[in-house]
Design a protein. Structure first.
Length: 436
C-alpha cells in the first residue's frame, strides 16, 4: 500500500507524470469521502457541491454501492459480455428500459463513458435512418472524442487545435431565455427558437439528409440552460414530421439530477434515443444508450459494442444506485433540495446585483454572474474569485458556461441539512466579499 503524501508532493509528481492537458479544478488530492463530504490527504474536509461533475448523486462511498462492488469483484471482474454474458447487464438493461421516459418498447446497449454513449447513439441513428446529418446546438457539450468534440459547441478548451472534426454536423441556436439569440422575450416569443429548426432545413442541412438532432434537456457545461417546457415538444413534432430522430443527451441530467429519473420526463417528451452515464454507476465507468427497440435493433450483430461495455462490477454498482434512489426516496428528496436551492439563490439575487440569472430544474441549478444586470456583461473574474473563496473555506463548487461566469451546483442528493446550510452560508459570504 502506498504511503500518504502531501498535496504539494503529489502535485510535483503529477507535473512530472500526468499530461499537462488534463487539468483539475482544485489542488487538493482526495483521500476518502462519505456522502456529501470529501477529505484530502492532509485531512482537510470539504463540502462537495460538485459531485464529481454530477457523478455522485447517491453520495460518496454509499454502503450499498461499496458492497455491490466488493461482492461482484470477489466473483469475477470481467468476461466481456460479447464473449460470456452475465445476469447483471441484462437486469440493468431491463431497469433502464423501464425508467427512460416513454411507453415505446425499448432496448439498451452499454459502453464506458458519456462520450462513447454519444458516439454510439449517432451511429445507431445514422444506421436506422440511412441519413448522415446530425444537428447539435450552441452551448451544447457532448464529450471529447472525435464525434463528441465535434458536437460540442465551445471552442476553448475543448476543441481548439484538436481538429479536423467529424463531417456532417450542423449547429443551430438553443433556447436560452436569459440571452435569447433571437432577441425575443418568453413567453411572448411563442418559443420561436424551436420553430427555427424549420428554417434551418432551408439554409444549413436538408431534413431529407438529417438523421437526428442531439439535445441536452438542460445544457450542462454550456451554463445550465433550461429551455421553456414547450420547447422540446415543438422540436419533437418537427422531427417526427421529417423522419428525424431525437437523441436526448441525459448524461448529466439523468439518474435523479433534476428531481426526475430522466429530465425528459419533466418536459413530457419521449426521445427516440437517450444517452446516460455519470451518476448511473456512482463513479464506476459505465454508460448506456437506451432507445426505441425498433431503432436499437436495426444495427446488425457486432455493429455496436465494446470490450468493457457493461462491465459486471459497474453494472452491479448501477443496480445499487437504483436501489438507493428508490429505497431512500431520492427523487422526492431531490425535488425538495431543488426548492431550497432555488429559494436561497433567488434571495441571493435580491441581495446581490452581480447575480443576473438563477435557472435550472430542481437541484440542477445555477447562478449566472454579470457585471451589471442591464448590459448582462459576463463576470468571469468575479466567478473565479467566488470559487476560490469557497474552496479556501472548505466548499467545492464549479463554474461553467461559455464565458465561465456561471456557478453550477451538483451536490450529492443525500446531502444533509447542516452540510447544505454551511455550504450556502459560505457562498453568501463569498458573494458579499466579491461585491466589495
Amino acid at each position: 500500500m502506498e504511503t500518504s503524501q502531501t498535496n504539494t508532493a503529489l502535485h510535483e509528481l503529477r507535473n512530472k507524470f500526468i499530461a499537462k492537458g488534463i487539468s483539475s479544478a482544485t489542488g487538493s488530492y482526495i483521500s476518502h469521502g462519505k456522502g456529501a463530504l470529501i477529505v484530502d490527504v492532509e485531512g482537510r474536509e470539504f463540502i462537495d457541491f460538485a459531485g464529481g461533475i454530477a457523478v455522485m448523486n447517491v453520495g460518496h462511498s454509499h454502503p450499498k454501492v461499496v458492497k455491490a462492488i466488493k461482492d461482484q469483484a470477489e466473483k469475477f471482474t470481467h468476461t466481456c459480455f460479447m464473449v460470456s454474458p452475465y445476469q447483471s447487464s441484462v437486469t440493468l438493461a431491463k431497469k433502464l428500459c423501464a425508467e427512460v421516459p416513454g411507453d415505446s418498447p425499448k432496448a439498451a446497449m452499454f459502453a464506458n463513458s458519456g462520450a462513447e454513449a454519444v458516439e454510439n447513439a449517432v451511429k445507431i441513428a445514422r444506421y436506422y435512418t440511412q441519413k448522415s446529418g446530425i444537428i447539435a446546438f450552441e452551448n451544447g457539450f457532448h464529450g471529447r472524442t472525435l464525434m463528441g468534440m465535434t458536437l460540442t459547441s465551445k471552442m476553448k478548451p475543448y476543441k481548439f487545435g484538436l481538429g479536423p472534426f467529424a463531417p456532417e454536423v450542423y449547429r443551430m441556436p438553443f433556447a436560452h431565455c436569459y440571452r435569447c439569440p433571437f432577441n425575443k422575450e418568453y413567453p411572448n416569443c411563442d418559443v420561436a427558437c424551436a420553430d427555427h429548426l424549420e428554417y434551418f432545413f432551408i439554409n444549413h442541412v436538408a431534413a431529407e439528409q438529417t438523421a437526428a438532432i442531439i439535445v441536452e434537456p438542460v445544457q450542462g457545461e454550456g451554463g445550465f440552460i433550461a429551455p421553456p417546457k414547450e420547447y422540446f415538444k415543438k422540436l419533437k413534432a418537427i422531427c417526427e414530421k421529417n423522419n428525424i430522430l431525437m437523441i436526448a443527451d441525459e448524461i448529466q441530467t439523468g439518474i435523479g439530477r433534476t428531481g426526475y429519473m430522466f429530465a425528459m420526463e419533466y418536459y413530457g417528451v419521449e426521445a427516440d434515443l437517450t444517452t446516460t452515464a455519470k451518476s448511473l454507476a456512482a463513479g464506476m465507468p459505465l454508460s448506456a444508450v437506451v432507445g426505441k427497440k425498433e431503432i436499437m435493433d436495426a444495427v446488425h450483430p457486432s455493429g455496436i459494442g465494446g470490450t468493457y461495455g457493461g462491465n459486471p462490477v459497474a453494472c452491479e454498482a448501477a443496480l445499487a444506485v437504483f436501489d438507493i434512489i428508490e429505497s431512500e426516496h431520492l427523487l422526492a428528496q431531490a425535488k425538495e433540495l431543488g426548492k431550497t436551492l432555488n429559494n436561497t439563490f433567488v434571495k441571493f439575487q435580491e441581495k446581490y446585483e452581480i447575480i443576473g440569472d438563477v435557472r435550472g430544474i430542481g437541484p440542477m441549478i445555477a447562478m449566472e454572474l454579470v457585471k451589471d444586470r442591464q448590459s448582462k456583461i459576463p463576470a468571469p473574474e468575479e466567478t473565479k474569485a467566488l470559487v476560490k473563496h469557497c474552496f479556501d473555506r472548505g466548499l467545492i463548487i464549479l463554474s461553467c458556461g461559455s464565458h465561465g461566469n456561471v456557478l453550477r451546483f451538483l451536490m450529492p442528493l443525500v446531502i444533509n441539512d447542516e452540510q447544505l446550510k454551511n455550504g450556502l452560508d459560505i457562498i453568501d459570504g463569498g458573494l458579499a466579499a466579491i461585491r466589495q
